[in-house]
Write a protein that binds this ligand. Sequence first.
Ligand code: ATP
Ligand code: MG
Length: 640
Amino acid sequence: MHLRLKTKITLIISGLVLAVVVVNSWLYMATLTRQVIRESDNRARQVAQEVFFQAQTALVDSAAAGNAPLSSSPTDMRNYVRGSLDQNAALSSLIDAEVGYSFLVYEVTIVDHNGVAMISSDASLPDHPVQPRTPLDQLAGSSFIGQMRVLFGPPRAYEVAYPFNLGPAGHQVPFGEIRVAVQTGLLRSEIAPSMRSAAWLAVISVLFSVLLAGVVSSAALAPLERISAQLDRISRGEFDQKPLERGDEFGQVSTKIVQIGQQLRGVREIFSTLRENLDQVLGGLEDGLLLFTRDGRAVMVSPAVERFLGVPADKLLGREAGDIFPPKHPLRAALRLDDGAIAPVSTQVELPADGANHPARIIGVSAQAIAEGGTRMGALVTLTDLESRERISTQLQVSERLAALGRVTAGVAHEVKNPLNSMRLWLENLKGHIPAGEEPQQAVRVLDAEIDRLDTVVKRFLDFTRPVEMNLVETSLATLIQEVLDTARPQIEHGKVCIETSLAPSLPPVLIDRQLLHQALLNLILNAVEAMPGGGTLAIDLERRADNAEIRIRDTGKGIAPEHRARIFQLFFTTRPGGSGIGLASAFRTVQMHDGSIDYESEPGHGTTFRIDLPLSRASDASTAATRAPEPSHTTVPRT
Ligand SMILES: Nc1ncnc2c1ncn2[C@@H]1O[C@H](COP(=O)(O)OP(=O)(O)OP(=O)(O)O)[C@@H](O)[C@H]1O
Ligand SMILES: [Mg+2]
């Protein structure tokens, strides 16, 4: 049972007061009872003495009146004494008065040495043997509880016996005894009123103490409630609190709590900044990271884990490793989960295909134990997409090569263009002086055509090296794709290609350079059409994937031969007769300039799927990114 502190204090104080009252009342009652019994004993003894003296007087009076026993036989002696006592009116009235007017005395009897009553306040007793009762001083000597039991039990009589001796002083012989009986009922009525008032006093003191304890504990604990409210506010994040204005311990505690609140604010700010940074870092990671505690619970999961396990990171947080990697999961065996805790490991595992999004692939799995001071604190599991890592490195190489090429061509193209211009001028001059005749004219025409071709190539180089001003406009990608398809319609129809589109309508507009992206998509669609010379299906999907818009262009064409895979994004790489090898390089550049990524999967003989991811978040920083010149190494954008 949980009691409030206030209730506890009240109960404790009341309990203490109750204990003191009970002990005091007990002592008081015990003393009172003993005193009343002793007084009764004294009083009864006094009555017995008075009766004894009166009985002696009665015998003296009888002797003075000339009465004497018939003989000295015991019987005659007893008859003489009984007669003398009987005839003495003063003795009878003394006995009657003691019994009638005293609250205490219940019966007075004088018995002979055989215990036979001679005279008694009870008229039925004389000449009958009377059994002695329990002496009153025995009750006086018993315990308080024993006394209470007797006093409040069924009425009983106790007595005080006084020896009734006869004869001259110094030669007295025992003759009988004077018995004064006292009834317990009478004693009880003597004690009861004092007991009642003592009980009332006890009850009143206890009630008063409960009330007082309640008031005192409320007053004493009031600051505690204010401190508790202060703590509640701090835990809600309201760190600016005022300490209680008190000089006592409560005031000091409150001041310390306020200081702790301020420290907590600092810690919380640092923590949330760290958390944001960590989330950003984790969000940017290609690898999936899972941090497990010692008891195997996931406390940190990077968003990339979804790509490996197919479950969003936030749904994995707090779950147990055995639950995340259920029995038969390929990673369960790799992490040796069945043997207990996650074991340090570094291996490769084949993940089976997971719907259309993730084909079967080989991933790298590593687990490291995290220990502090020799104690195992948990484990970090890293999942690496080995294939995409390879693709990224290819893309980086291509990108670097393009940049290097761009820098070289910029210089060379300039150097070539000037002599070309001068050659063209001299050729124009020459044309007027050339003799008529087929051969010289033919030579001039060839020279003219070759200079033109060289000029076009140089122009393309120069276009590639010229910085491009991006003209970013919020654009619906679905509409743009439809426009590109309209542009490519003649080639599509001519190639007998069937189009299937699945364009998510709810996708928000994306901030892009319409013209550049139009051209990039057109290049990919034309490549796909050209890869299906005998006709086929071109499927275009647009959907949201995490924070990106993803465009997939899938054909059922001849696919890309493995030996060409690393080269298709290279400038001027082509396998097509009449192709210039600029289309994919240009598309690659355009996507890069939009902070996106381009990727493909291809199966020779079955088809190729190009995938472009464009960040949706660019839409939100539209104001800052209205126009932007690409970075120097990325500025060579061919416009084909
Ligand atoms: N969808 C595809 N299917 C098969 N191979 C492709 C596909 N797309 C591109 N390729 C290969 O990549 C090469 C480079 O393509 P790219 O678009 O850069 O140049 P191109 O199409 O040959 O010439 P152009 O500059 O006129 O577009 C192509 O020659 C082709 O071998
Ligand atoms: Mg092309």
